[in-house]
Design a protein around this ligand. Structure first.
Ligand code: ADP
Ligand code: G6P
Length: 498
């Protein structure tokens, strides 16, 4: 940002806290789950500013929302401004347009979309509501940074109210290819909304390429001026910059947490709970995009094909509850639990249970201890904007001994492709093969790969991300591209051609 920094006003649907009634007339607070909160929290803590978002409760259930939020978040180093959603808005905006239209479509799950025409109208109204809340916190010199697919239309709403502040947008999820995007009844409206920002950021070069292709085909009158990392789009008298900024984590915070005494004690506890076994770790929000059933099938096949794994590995799988009011989500939970039961029934033997499955949340110590104790992380989304779990695992792997198995379809692959074991998550044989390969990988190779992964993540951590984005927003030179190449899969090692 320029010398006299404008105030940062961040807007996202989720705030870092979720409020819920504690049953005794007061409010309890839980941390919001998901990568967006993990990424933005250190940014706001570091830079200060205001975070505008929804604290997870219905309008009217809480009269003095901002006071409750303020006292709950005292001392965090930034201000929080709550936006309440009515029950109807939660249904049609959050569960509806955001999570039954954009989320499935942008993750290439067209068949899961529900293009109910009511959803769009509510989406527009809620974006206007957020714009009003933002304007209440912003002066013309401030910088408004809007996050994620819930709020794509905020810049349009700001402009309609005559706002003069600079507004940028970052999409945390993938942007789909034209053939998928074109199914959206509001395809033009969404592109027009994104083109109303001054800067639009994507996670990977592939997402940006998809977006530019959609604009080229669907929006008349846009000129493009390539400029390497940031492309300029000219439409009438407006210029929109479009760049690639792979989101990250606070590397030092994760590494530091993993080194604390409580975590070290818990790591020792986990090692004695699973003596002589390599922990294969899965941490996923409940979501069809995470490919949890495919992962379980891959693990099952690994146990069938590679008997040296029996009694020597344990899959510790945490599934974090999410969007449980949407049928696809609770159906997915039932499917996962059926599969887990099936695998346990087939393979459990005296002294060994192959899967430790938990549906719930871990606190920070528990999460860090699992990352550090794990020998293998199995991160196999069918599609993912970035996947911060993969980066958190590496940052917490203090002994540089773990192996990261990573889906080709995670945004993180663009940066980590050289040192992770990459898999096509639909190819269960490939997943099984990678599990065995990770299990048998010589220590030296593990160390070499993990050190390099840690170095990449350390170098391009969350501070790098925010600096690069803000430089682009203020038209400064961006320097090196830091590993955002499109991944091109090589021929598979485990499949024969004849
Ligand atoms: P997504 O954003 O789709 O959920 P990511 O892998 O990018 O996927 O981010 C998941 C985030 O959720 C990670 O930062 C992870 O640490 C965090 N997380 C995992 N378990 C919990 C938990 N029990 N409570 C809160 N956050 C969690
Ligand atoms: C992903 C999205 C975030 C979202 C998070 C959790 O990371 O990119 O915007 O906050 O999932 O989902 P939820 O629906 O609970 O906000």
């Amino acid at each position: 940002m320029p010398a006299a920094s404008p105030t940062l006003v961040v807007a996202s649907n989720r705030l870092p806290v979720v409020l819920s009634p504690d049953g005794k007339g007061d409010w309890s607070l839980e941390r919001g789950s998901g990568g967006l909160v993990t990424a933005l929290e250190p940014v706001l803590r570091d830079r200060g500013g205001t975070w505008v978002g929804w604290p997870g409760i219905e309008t009217g259930r809480i009269k003095d929302m901002d006071r409750v939020l303020e006292s709950a978040m005292e001392g965090v180093g930034y201000r929080v401004r709550g936006v309440g959603l009515t029950a109807h808005e939660q249904d049609d905006f959050y569960l509806g347009f955001a999570n039954q239209v954009i989320w499935p479509l942008f993750h290439d799950f067209q068949a899961q979309c529900n293009f109910d025409p009511r959803f769009w109208k509510t989406y527009v109204r809620v974006n206007q509501k957020f714009a009003r809340a933002i304007l209440g916190e912003t002066s013309d010199n401030d910088f408004v940074w809007v996050h994620d697919y819930h709020l794509m239309r905020v810049a349009t709403a700001l402009a309609a109210r005559g706002a003069a502040c600079r507004a940028a947008f970052f999409l945390h999820i993938p942007f789909p290819p034209l053939d998928v995007f074109v199914n959206l009844p509001w395809r033009f409206h969404v592109l027009d909304a994104l083109l109303s920002y001054d800067l639009v950021g994507f996670q990977t070069a592939r997402d940006r390429r998809n977006f530019l292709h959609c604009v080229r085909v669907l929006v008349p009158g846009v000129e493009m001026e390539g400029e390497g990392r940031v492309e300029r789009l000219r439409r009438g008298d407006r210029v929109v910059r479009v760049g690639v900024f792979p989101v990250s984590i606070d590397f030092q915070e994760f590494a530091g947490m993993a080194a604390t005494d409580p975590v070290s004690e818990r790591v020792a506890g986990l090692r004695s709970e699973f003596p002589g076994q390599t922990i294969i770790l899965g941490v996923d929000r409940l979501d069809y995009s995470k490919g949890i059933p495919h992962k379980l099938q891959g693990f099952k096949l690994a146990l069938e094909r590679y008997p040296d794994l029996l009694s020597r590995v344990v899959l510790v799988q945490l599934v974090v509850p999410s969007r449980e009011d949407i049928p696809e989500y609770y159906q997915m939970r039932a499917e996962i639990e059926r599969l887990v039961g099936h695998i346990q029934g087939e393979f459990t033997r005296a002294g060994w249970v192959p899967i430790h499955y938990q549906y719930g949340r871990w606190d920070r110590v528990e999460l860090a201890a699992h990352y550090r104790a794990a020998g293998i992380a199995l991160v196999t989304p069918l599609k993912d904007g970035m996947n911060l779990v993969a980066k958190e695992f590496c940052a917490s792997s203090l002994e540089a001994r773990g192996v990261l198995i990573l889906s080709e379809y995670a945004g993180a692959t663009a940066q980590l492709q050289k040192d992770a074991l990459l898999v096509n998550p639909y190819d269960v044989e490939g997943v099984a093969y990678a599990i065995h390969r990770a299990f048998t990988m010589p220590r030296d190779e593990q160390r070499r790969r993990m050190q390099s992964l840690r170095e990449t993540i350390r170098r391009t951590d969350i501070k790098w991300w925010v600096d690069t984005f803000l430089k682009a927003a203020f038209d400064e030179d961006l320097g090196e591209s830091a590993g955002v190449e499109i991944y091109r899969p090589p021929p598979p090692e485990h499949l024969e051609f004849n």
